[in-house]
Ligand binder design. Structure first.
Ligand code: WTA
Length: 650
């Protein structure tokens, strides 16, 4: 959890830069307040009106059916997501650039809306030709290449449910996720580029599919041209399918609540959960927030650096901006390849006006030094954003001063895979900002910071962040596990949505999100679960028991620290530490690579056998523990763990 100086709470807010404010959609806190109140007093009227920004084949008959915790939005409405993102723009904006894509190796592709539409239609026909039907699940395991948004929009076009699995996940992680969703098709590439190396996605996919009986076909994009193994009858080249397919593909109408995608994310248990989003509400949430939070204009060049493997890439690289007919930039690789100014070079090349990235990226840029930034012409940028984790005030100020040159507002956007779209954020022309705070909820979003009994906490006190009312882009369930959906989100504090985050409200009603209260870890903004890493560790033959906690990390926000007790016959060694780190990386993926493995003879437990993570967290961070240890089973354990650290350091 973020710890900040209470002084920060008393800092004077930074008013929106006047030049920005003058041209903004919403220009004052007063205007924001009116919109917020209107939405609060008549949510269905408000959302019904917003929904007019979508193109409907049949308008909804009813706005909301709310049977806690199950929501149905825009009942009776019929639409097509791909039509909303592409077809409806063609008459007036067919020649407008939809995507400026840049490969890490320097390759560039530019797609207009008309070209993107044609490619989506062709690929949708290819999927239909393979027998993909409405409601079938298509797994997507791809690098950040143009075929990735094309694949998503093609699935949406024909009513197939996509399940994107981040390219940094391992074969084992793929097996779990493909198996859970019973995906029939897997779309991948021969490889992708990351820091000059080829990431062999097809090789990993091949390994996974050996244990995925539901997969009938694997579609492979030729990205690197490296030789790959080929299974005749199962594997198909994307470019061959696309060439053969017709460029005409009607966009059928789907029900508002037709499932659009599943995205697996980490929760408290070891099993990842498939967050299910549906059609109309999700698309509206993505479109509405992109417009409002990024203060979109027709001539913007918008760059969200997130990977489509995470929800930010879904909502703010694909659906939100394309529904708004925005020109997007997409980049395949690492920010420091070939040099540490790759991002700034890209901004200069495409004249990016809106730049949305993670707090981890901002902290890394800050550590690399100002020169990389200032040697580029960033005068096209007018707005900056961050997402994924709390941003510390020092990084915020650096972003504002050095990247934004004090000219660009920063939108610190709080949301989750489950919320589908941004929930708390400044409106850049209206909301005075306070570095480190996501500020105020968007119109239509009702949040509160409460005790476990659901009572509001006083300003400056820490509580749980909840969302009180349903919103259109909310998750509908956990795929295949509605009980878990109810338990995780709706029963801790009955009837309201439990975010899993701790927060404070200050005297101005500004929200300061402090971090997770559960066992979710955020490493470089990537969401991981302690339990998932613990299960990976105990699957190693030397490990008897493991406990995983996060410790604060200056760049990545949090780093993974593992406490491990070994089975008899195994002894502590540096080689085993390295082997365990590698084992986690192979089991889950390189994103879960622990920063540290510590050996312990015993783990601290309560009398009922629960591992005391609080103590381990303190130990990982400070090397010792303070506070209440009265329920600890064996006080000596802490002493031993602390001295184990000393041993490691010797
Ligand atoms: C954290 C990412 C502070 C939070 C879109 C949340 C943030 C989790 C912020 C969801 C922010 C996201 N300030 N914390 N602006 N944005 N978080 O599902 O803990 O990958 O619960 O969605 O990220 O992570 P997820």
């Amino acid at each position: 959890m973020q710890e900040f100086d209470p002084q920060v709470l008393n800092e004077k807010p930074i008013a929106p830069p006047p030049e920005f404010q003058r041209r903004a959609r919403i220009r004052s806190l007063d205007e924001y307040g009116k919109l917020y109140e209107r939405a609060k007093n008549d949510p269905e009227g408000f959302w019904g009106e917003q929904a007019k920004m979508l193109d409907w084949f049949e308008p909804p008959k009813k706005i909301l059916e709310w049977d806690v915790p199950h929501a149905k939005w825009f009942i009776g409405g019929k639409l097509n997501v791909s039509y909303n993102c592409l077809d409806r723009h063609l008459a007036t904006n067919g020649k407008k650039v939809a995507l400026h894509w840049e490969g890490e190796d320097g390759k560039r592709v530019r797609l207009t809306y008309a070209e993107m539409h044609e490619r989506v239609c062709r690929f949708a026909n290819a999927l239909l030709g393979l027998g993909v039907k409405t409601g079938d699940c298509v797994a997507v395991y791809m690098p950040m290449i143009p075929e990735l948004p094309i694949a998503l929009l093609a699935c949406a076009r024909i009513g197939a449910i996509h399940s994107v699995i981040f390219g940094g996940f391992s074969a084992i992680a793929l097996i779990d996720r493909i198996g859970d969703a019973k995906s029939k098709i897997l779309i991948t590439a021969d490889g992708g580029y990351r820091r000059g190396h080829v990431v062999p996605l097809k090789e990993t996919a091949d390994k996974a599919v050996e244990s995925c009986p539901t997969i009938e076909k694997m579609i492979v994009v030729k990205r690197t041209g490296e030789e790959v193994a080929w299974t005749q009858g199962r594997d198909l080249w994307w470019h061959e399918l696309e060439q053969k397919a017709s460029p005409h593909c009607p966009a059928p109408s789907f029900d508002s609540e037709q499932p659009l995608y599943i995205l697996y994310t980490s929760g408290t248990t070891g099993k990842p959960k498939g967050v299910l989003h549906t059609t109309a509400g999700y698309l509206l949430g993505a479109m509405y927030t992109t417009q409002l939070v990024f203060d979109l204009r027709d001539d913007d060049v918008y760059w969200c650096t997130a990977d489509v493997g995470w929800v930010t890439g879904h909502s703010y690289l694909v659906y939100g901006p394309l529904a708004n007919c925005t020109t997007c930039v997409m980049y395949e690789g690492a920010p420091d390849f070939p040099k540490k100014d790759r991002f700034w070079e890209i901004i200069e090349r495409y004249k990016v006006s809106i730049f949305y990235s993670s707090a981890t990226a901002v902290r890394a840029f800050m550590a690399w030094g100002n020169d990389w930034v200032t040697k580029h012409d960033l005068s096209s940028v007018r707005l900056l954003g961050t997402v994924g984790e709390p941003i510390n005030p020092a990084a915020w100020k650096w972003y504002f001063d050095v990247v934004g040159q004090k000219r660009c507002p920063i939108v610190d956007t709080w949301w989750q895979t489950e919320t589908g779209a941004i929930m708390i954020s400044p409106l850049p022309g209206a909301t005075p900002t306070k570095p480190g705070s996501a500020t105020l909820p968007l119109p239509g979003v009702i949040t509160r910071v409460v005790t476990m009994q659901g009572e509001s906490v006083a300003p400056g006190e820490t509580g749980y962040l909840i969302i009180e009312k349903p919103w259109p882009s909310m998750l509908r369930t956990i795929f295949g596990d509605d009980e878990r959906f109810k338990r995780d989100y709706w029963s801790r504090i009955p009837g309201v949505y439990f975010t899993g985050d701790a927060a404070q409200c200050d005297a101005d009603g500004y929200i300061w999100v402090l971090g997770r209260v559960d066992d979710v870890i955020k490493v470089a903004g990537h969401r991981l679960s302690s339990m998932e890493i613990e299960s990976a560790l105990v699957s190693h033959p030397s490990v008897a028991e493991a406990a995983v906690v996060a410790r604060p990390d200056e760049i990545k926000g949090e780093a993974i620290v593992c406490f491990v007790t070994l089975r008899s016959g195994h002894s502590h060694s540096a080689a085993l530490q390295t082997a365990l780190i590698e084992h986690v990386a192979v089991t889950i993926g390189s994103i879960a690579r622990p920063s540290e493995v510590r050996f312990a003879d015993l783990l601290p437990k309560t009398r009922s056998g629960k591992i005391m993570r609080r103590l381990l967290r303190e130990l990982a961070e400070k090397g010792g523990v303070s506070g209440d240890v009265t329920t600890l089973e064996d006080m000596g354990v802490i002493q031993k763990l602390a001295s184990a650290k000393a041993l490691d350091e010797e």
